[in-house]
Design a protein around this ligand. Structure first.
Ligand code: G6P
Length: 613
């Protein structure tokens, strides 16, 4: 959470910072600020979106500069107002700093600094860090400024990605990271620094990902990397694979709807190159690498948060069903703070779109320390989770900008289906003809998603009817249950309507009490193993005057007579349900949120990349 961007070179810095911040706004959007350095520092900060900052700066007498830093905030310490917005300044006003993360020991550092005469202007942990750097710089005789930064950071407990500038050093930008991502873009006589590659992509394709515990000392021409323990490192320059079109709206009104409609392509990209048509098998490097381990597993533990946790739940059903391996699915935040029984015999699958979620990363570290093998399933290439994993698979969904996850979920499920088939096949728990059926089926899924998207207009009508509801219930059984959870989460996230997902049979153990004529109930009612049981659940809802919106298999005439609204999806193998049935639920949430006037791409209080625990 929080997006940071910095530049040093010859260009006018302000437009670079503003454009970069807009691309990083998915990381937080409750306030924004910039600091520009020419002879002195010009600092502009505003509560609200990056566009509010832009409007504010337009009314000011800003002088152009060629070095600067910018920040878009997701508040942790201190409410989102102008005062708490970043950048924060040192007491003498000469150092400006932006920060993503949490300084956990800021309380004790603050007390110490206050006793030495420092006065703080904000409620943030970040301001303490910039004062600490200043204090060390002034009191340790004659040390280099970068050395003061390094010494200050070594006193910090917590997570950070920071960028710092100083008025006395007009050709210097210092960046550092521990637990929060940071990438440096290398241009001709210029450097960029940001939380991810989106702000740099139109200027350079050469990047260096900073590792945890590293500092980057940057001038317009040179980049030096050293560790927090003062060891010089050689920068490893990589070429970016991202394309500009993939991070722009491309004619759609919102990123979310663009990403929903991208799913035929993103699911195809997740499958691409992984099916060996000749011998009808799945080829995944991450499985080959640990083949023995996968074959002899007693148990898999899946960790994740939010939507990724829902994909993990699908994973549980898949691995049990297709590979006959017992699975436990854990919220990363719970797993890491319990005393979990995990060891060398276990394989832990960590699922994450961003690859930066703090709790998932910590769960990985814990499992690793106990000897488990880590398999990461991640969308963002080069992120911290894949780097901390022993092996893994990228989901190849392309950049996901809308805060509510859509195409990343279906890509995660696709990767899990492929892995479960690969393991089931190798273990012999899946007969050859079943493997063939599944692989053939998987290849038809992109066009079936295309078909499912054709319900968009009908879904708009349903959204109109239910947009003012105060509650929603989502029900499903077997593979439909994680879909129900994901549908409810989507609605909550972007429309602020209370929604709960339940296993359909559990309805009678509580939620049934909520049902009346005001209550829309979305039921995943496809023509699969529990079809009759789900029909009975629908009857129970109808008997209490609830309104039923069914997601059903196309051509289901029984459902047409029973439910108030039927959204049809193409017939598919039961294990593929999450890939198809989730799509109309994403659309339903989207249209309801738009009709309610909500900001679907940047829902209140949320952030896409949760780098604080
Ligand atoms: C946040 C996002 C969700 C996401 C979750 C886990 O809450 O808003 O969309 O599912 O984090 O993120 P990850 O990047 O680990 O999948």
């Amino acid at each position: 959470m929080c997006g940071i961007v910095g530049y040093i070179g010859q260009r006018d810095v302000f437009p670079i910072l503003i454009k970069g911040l807009k691309r990083l706004e998915y990381r937080g959007y409750d306030s924004a600020g910039v600091a520009l350095l020419n002879d002195s520092l010009q600092v502009y900060k505003k509560a609200g979106k990056v566009s509010d900052l832009e409007d504010f700066v337009a009314s000011q007498n800003m002088t152009s500069a060629t070095i600067g830093i910018g920040h878009t905030r997701w508040a942790t310490h201190g409410e989102p107002n102008d005062r708490n917005a970043h950048p924060h300044l040192s007491q003498d006003g000469k150092i400006a700093l932006i920060h993503n993360g949490i300084i956990e020991n800021y309380g004790s550092l603050k007390t110490e600094l206050e006793s030495r005469g420092h006065v703080f202007k904000s409620d943030t942990d970040t301001e303490v860090l910039v004062h600490l750097i200043e204090d060390i710089y002034h009191n340790a005789n004659g040390i280099a400024f970068e050395e003061a930064v390094r010494m200050a950071l070594s006193q910090v407990v917590g997570a950070y990605a920071v960028v710092i500038i100083h008025t006395d050093f007009p050709d210097l930008l210092i960046g550092a990271r521990k637990g929060s991502p940071m990438v440096i873009g290398i241009g001709e006589g210029e450097h960029y620094i940001a939380s991810d590659a989106a702000p740099l992509i139109e200027y350079t394709r050469n990047v260096v990902y900073l590792n945890d515990g590293e500092l980057a000392i940057i001038d317009h021409n040179e980049l030096t990397i050293k560790t927090i323990d003062n060891v010089i490192k050689t920068p490893y320059i990589q070429e970016l694979e991202m394309h500009l079109e993939s991070i722009e709206k491309g004619g759609y009104e919102h990123f979310m709807i663009k990403e929903i409609f991208e799913q035929p392509r993103s699911v195809y990209d997740s499958i691409r190159g992984r099916i060996n048509v000749m011998d009808q098998s799945v080829e995944m490097a991450g499985i080959k690498q640990y083949e023995n381990k996968w074959m002899n597993l007693k148990r898999i533990i899946i960790v994740g948060c939010g939507t990724s946790w829902h994909a993990g739940l699908v994973g549980e059903y898949l691995f049990e069903d297709l590979a006959r391996i017992p699975v436990e699915v854990e919220y990363a935040s719970e797993f890491r703070y319990r005393n979990p029984v995990v060891g060398e015999d276990d394989l832990v699958i960590a699922i994450s779109q961003s690859g930066e979620t703090a709790d998932t990363l910590a769960a990985i570290e814990l499992a690793k320390s106990k000897g488990a093998t880590i398999f990461g399933i991640c969308n963002v290439v080069g992120a911290s989770i894949p780097r901390a994993s022993d092996a893994g698979a990228y989901t190849h969904a392309g950049p996901e900008i809308g805060v509510a996850s859509t195409k990343a979920f279906t890509a995660q499920v696709t990767a899990l289906i492929l892995i479960a088939i690969a393991v089931g096949q190798r273990k012999g728990s899946l007969p050859k003809d079943r493997v063939r059926t599944l692989l053939n089926e998987l290849e038809t899924i992109p066009s079936k998603i295309e078909k499912a998207l054709e319900s968009n207009d009908l879904i708009k009508v349903i959204a109109q009817e239910f947009k003012d509801s105060r509650n929603f219930l989502y029900l499903g059984r077997n593979y439909g249950f994680p879909v129900a959870l994901e549908g409810a989460l989507k609605l909550k996230e972007i429309s602020y309507i209370h929604a709960e997902g339940y296993p359909a049979a559990e309805m009678k153990h509580g939620p049934i009490a909520l049902i009346d004529e005001e209550m829309p109930v979305v039921v995943i009612a496809t023509n699969h193993s529990n079809y009759e049981k789900v029909l009975s659940n629908i009857q129970e809802v109808k008997a209490r005057k609830g309104k039923v919106i069914a997601v059903a298999t196309e051509g289901d005439t029984i459902m047409r007579n029973m439910a108030d609204y039927v959204i049809e999806i193409p017939d598919c193998d039961e294990v593929m349900i999450p890939l198809l049935a989730t799509v109309p639920l994403q659309l339903l949430s989207y249209h309801i949120a738009v009709m309610r006037g909500c900001n679907v791409d940047q829902p209140r209080n949320l952030a896409k990349s949760v780098t604080v625990e």
